[in-house]
Design a protein around this ligand. Sequence first.
Ligand code: GAR
Length: 215
Amino acid sequence: MDGIVVLISGRGSNLAAICKNGLASQIKCVISNKAAALGLNIAKEYNIPTEVIDHKLYNDRTEFDQALAKIIDKHNPKLVVLAGFMRILSPYFVKHYLNRLINIHPSLLPSFVGINAQEQAISEKVKVSGATVHFVTEQLDHGPIIAQGVVKILPNDTPDILSQRILEIEHTIYPFAISKILKNHTKIIDQKYVEVIYDENDNSILGKYQSQIYY
Ligand code: GAR
């Protein structure tokens, strides 16, 4: 097993960040459940193979997930990366990729799971929010946390403005977490938390966000 397969549903700004941060050659395929997903164009720019699999053509979630897994498994990836893949995954899929499936979510989990995480953070009047990269388990937006990036919430933030600032940090934290996993610099303990092995390049990769990212 080597490399990654990335699953998207939309614009693919995280996919673009993963490519820009030196990981394009590790991506074996980008798969979307929507033919119109803009992220597919990003994959094409990098000459990465793409596939579209429309969930509406399947009777139920498990049937779709089985078909999706068949496509992914052709590439035998070390890691499956959810990058704005807006589908709830079946227990079948999560078990099939246990410890090989990661997600990014725009909040400091376990706070604000599900959709509109940025809006939830603003309406709860929390002082900070951010982004979390985690291994996927059967519970929605839960699972061993690999890294988190913190963003301060400002008085005039709207969900859109906050989303934009969180996205900037997502674009650093996701490539960082993926490269740590590909380098075998992560270890899942008791299926509960992740030990990330520090190396001296970490801070230069995290760049201007190094004081906001925790792992
Ligand atoms: C990102 O903000 C990501 O955190 C979020 O969708 C956006 C995708 O943007 N994912 C979730 O909310 C998953 N629960 P992108 O398509 O530009 O990468």
